[in-house]
Ligand binder design. Structure first.
Ligand code: HEM
Length: 157
């Protein structure tokens, strides 16, 4: 039924918060693209508002992932753990310096019905920053799963 050695809380918190952060950013990205390609301005405004509120969950999820990750790693070194350590400041800075300010700006502009050049310029920056973070977080997930033996890397052909 259940495993004889339950995973420690810190490890569960790490992987859950990391997966949540990844899923949130992926859903922000997809809902933005779909609403802006096919939706009305009212739909775009609703999506932008929802993303802004969901940032209140994303930022703590990233903080918990980072804090538990550094704590789980302790003094451990090695290719994968060092790569994860190195990526984390970029993930955090991208979130705090680009994704949050963009989400605030875009929600305000959409609310005001102002879909001008600055809206689409910031929107483009936000989509690129979101894709960069999805890539970095995805790599951290893949390295984490490889470290715990849940994911086997295919050998190069
Ligand atoms: C957004 C960033 C991160 C994500 C999404 C993430 C995700 C994951 C995942 C999915 C696992 C596998 C957990 C399991 O199989 O139970 C894992 C393991 C691990 N991660 Fe991360 N991680 C992130 C950042 C970090 C950072 C910054 C560190 C610090 C070096 C770190 C250190 C570790 C360690 C040491 C493990 C193995 C834990 C163990 O042996 O129990 N992670 N991570």
């Amino acid at each position: 039924m259940t495993s004889a050695t339950p995973a420690p809380a810190k490890r569960i918190a790490h992987r859950s918060a990391g997966a949540l952060a990844f899923l949130l950013i992926a859903s922000f990205w997809l809902s933005t693209v779909v609403s802006e390609l096919f939706g009305s301005h009212a739909t775009v405004a609703a999506v932008k508002q929802t993303i802004l509120y969901a940032m209140i969950v994303l930022i703590p999820a990233l903080a918990v992932t980072g804090a538990t990750g550094f704590s789980l790693a302790g003094g451990r070194g090695g290719g994968r753990v060092d790569a994860k350590r190195r990526r984390m400041p970029f993930i955090a800075a991208n979130g705090i310096l680009i994704l949050v300010p963009s989400a605030v700006f875009l929600a305000m502009k959409a609310q005001a019905g102002s879909f001008d050049t600055s809206f689409y310029a910031v929107q483009a920056v936000e989509l690129v920053a979101g894709a960069v973070n999805l890539t970095l977080i995805g790599r951290n997930i893949a390295d984490g799963l490889a470290m715990t033996g849940r994911l086997r890397r295919r050998r190069p052909a």
